[in-house]
Design a protein around this ligand. Structure first.
Ligand SMILES: Nc1ncnc2c1ncn2[C@@H]1O[C@H](COP(=O)(O)OP(=O)(O)O)[C@@H](O)[C@H]1O
Ligand SMILES: [Mg+2]
Length: 316
């Protein structure tokens, strides 16, 4: 059965990006961290990126990794970074703010405050996370990137946003071409970057992001729980990721309680309840893409030692 292989990869399936998806609290950050540790132990240059808006990576690693890529003392090859919302909006403004202003102000009467307005739009943090992952991916500095994504809704809207962004860019360019003559007359003499070039660079960026997400070596792992809620959410996320053209490599079912853990009434009932949903999940995903499980541990997962223990369970 697939479960025995855990999250292990076959040699010819080595991923370049592993994205952990799922709703909040299911164990995404925990399993992403354990997976990053796994690749590190195998000698791969590994980057762990968390764009989960509820920051917990620094807690788990017991290292401050907020805002910048930080090598971990214990493992030279393991680098981690946590992107929280405020920081991401700042970084987005630094990276795209001026360009957005230049393009919009070339055909609309807007001031620089438009940058703050656009930066406050929903999904901007996710859009930035994508470009951040892309930079790391294209840098060649890492063999593998483990990405702890924003919870379910977020990840999906991120993917949709990327698609929408891509389509809208074409419209922006068309609109600009229409007003171009007038704009040129108004801005005559003022040497400025041609907004069409900037728009083309956005289009190129969006295309590279899509290519990265749809690459066979980019794989999503959906983390879930063995309850009705978990079954429904898995179905929804699985469908959407697939429809988008991204590979789902495994469903990871966390917090599993088995009867051999304890034979008290509480645990027996819990194990029985979980078995019902685990059977459903196994039925649907056991063959393809395959199921992996993680037992409920007696303690919270905090510190590298605890993560190491999870790594051993996830990669038997
Ligand atoms: N298998 C497990 N057994 C015990 N505790 C776990 C397990 N998986 C996760 N946890 C704990 O559950 C909490 C939530 O996990 P986390 O990975 O932060 O979830 P998410 O990132 O999906 O919100 C953390 O305190 C973590 O230590
Ligand atoms: Mg998390």
């Amino acid at each position: 059965m697939e479960v025995k292989r855990g999250l292990n990869y076959l040699d010819d399936e080595e991923p370049r990006i592993v994205a952990f998806c799922g709703k909040g609290g299911v164990g995404k950050t925990t399993s992403a961290t354990a997976t990053a540790l796994h690749f590190t132990k195998r000698g791969l240059r590994t980057l762990l990126i968390s764009s989960d808006p509820t920051p917990s990576l620094s807690d788990i690693l017991e290292n401050d990794v907020r805002g910048r890529i930080t090598p971990l003392n214990q493992y030279k090859n393991l680098n981690a970074v946590e992107l929280d919302y405020e920081l991401v909006v700042e970084k987005w403004k630094e990276k795209f703010g001026q360009e957005v202003y230049e393009v919009l102000s070339s055909f609309l009467p807007v001031g620089e405050e438009i940058i703050d307005y656009v930066a406050g739009a929903p999904g901007i943090d996710e859009e930035f996370a994508l470009s951040y992952v892309l930079d790391a991916y294209e840098s060649g500095d890492y063999d593998v990137i483990v990405w702890d994504t924003a919870p379910a809704g977020g990840t999906l809207s991120l993917i949709k946003l990327q698609d929408r962004f891509y389509k809208h860019l074409g419209e922006a360019a068309k609109l600009y071409v229409r007003v171009r003559k007038a704009v040129e007359m108004l801005t005559k003499g003022r040497a400025k970057r041609d907004p069409l070039n900037t728009i083309a660079s956005w289009e190129n960026l969006a295309r590279r992001v899509l290519d990265m997400l749809r690459d066979k070596k980019t794989q999503a792992i959906i983390v879930t729980i063995s309850e009705a809620l978990g079954v429904h959410q898995t179905e929804r996320i699985f469908k959407e990721i697939r429809a988008f053209g991204m590979t789902v490599s495994k469903i990871l079912v966390n917090y599993i309680v088995t009867e051999d853990i304890c034979d008290c009434d509480f645990h027996r009932q819990r194990a029985k309840m979980q078995k019902k949903y685990l059977d459903i999940l196994m039925d649907r995903y056991g063959k393809e893409p395959g199921l992996a499980t993680l037992s409920q541990l007696p303690l919270e997962v905090k510190g590298i030692k605890a993560v190491d223990k999870v790594e051993e369970l996830l990669f038997p």
